[in-house]
Write a new protein. Sequence first.
Length: 124
Amino acid sequence: TAWTSMLPRTTSVGAILAATVTGERLNATLAGPAAADWLVMTGSIGVIDARLTLRTHDDALIYMTYGGRLALGGPNALVAFSAPNFETGDERYAWLNGMQAVAKGKVAITADGASLAYEICEVR
């Protein structure tokens, strides 16, 4: 099967420089520089593919991946929708391994660069 896109396509790979997760059951920050965010843009839609390792306040490591879509134009411009997944071998956070989350984020652009703040919710 062949598939051809008639829209311009651009790929951007960038480092995730900082990450903070704050919530009732999970508080963590980026564990190190081994994080990447792939963004493939086709027209006014960006396809997100992000991978990072988090370190909790009590020193557990959690691998977080998420994919989704970023609206680059229209009424929802610079709004991201994603589905985060978590993996850990730490028993204190084993509940994350079976959880599915959804997230909605907003891109903020400043003179210092861009940031993306998500609200993440567990699907029950």
